[in-house]
Design a protein. Sequence first.
Length: 297
Amino acid sequence: MTHSMTGFATRRGQFGAHAWAWDLRSVNGKGLDLRLRVPDWIDGLEPQLRALLGKGLDRGNVSLTLKVSREAGGDAPMRLNPAALASALAMLAELEAVAMDNGITLAQASQADVLSLRGVMEQVGDDTDTAPLAAALVADFHGLLADLIVMRVEEGKALHRVIFGQLDQIDALVTDAATIAEARRDTVADTLKENVKKLLQAADNLDEKRIEQELALLAVKADITEELDRLRAHVQAARSLLAADGPFGRKLDFLTQEFMREANTLCSKAQAVALTRVGLDLKAVIDQMREQVQNVE
């Protein structure tokens, strides 16, 4: 089954006096890159979420945001985060220094301005034990992750149809190239023979064996049979990958590079306008397919 690396999911929940909102998004990536923004006052939450994401996903740049607040009607205790405060003050000092170096005078930041900076003030629960809240959040996260995976599967189905259609186009173009190559085979041979005949008539000191060797080399360079055979094999391999279970995006991406290599060689050997056009059409379809393959997990 083809899975996309693109998807998103949101979810809301509540436990006791706390309410929360999840935002989980993923886009294509070479590996699994996790970026989490979760409240650090909930002990042990982030490692558990990372473990679940690593178990449920194989590839993608994944960003998770969790916002936890208290239910209306209760005053949530707040506390100062000394590390965040020190970092904020250092950045303000650096900003002021750069401004002064450029002849710019900045207005002094007030206490309220500093306290409003992200992370300087953090919300705490009524109890120091955040384990029950963390357990509720982890339980709710399973549903969020499942929603993301469902969306990636649906996106993967669309990718599957597009890529299969592009493979059909490549297959048809390979058939066209084979037909053109077969039709020009006799013409190419006759042209070579005629040119050799004229050359031999025009000069007496030419080495016939050397000429035969050069002609054989030209014939090999003009023969695209191997390229067409490899393109057909690549089409079959790609179809097999699309029918397989598990992540195969990396293999499919590598295969598209092989597709393009054979198409480039075909164009260089074309020696005919019709065959060159087919080669260019092949390159265009392969390039479009590779763009789609970049999103396959």
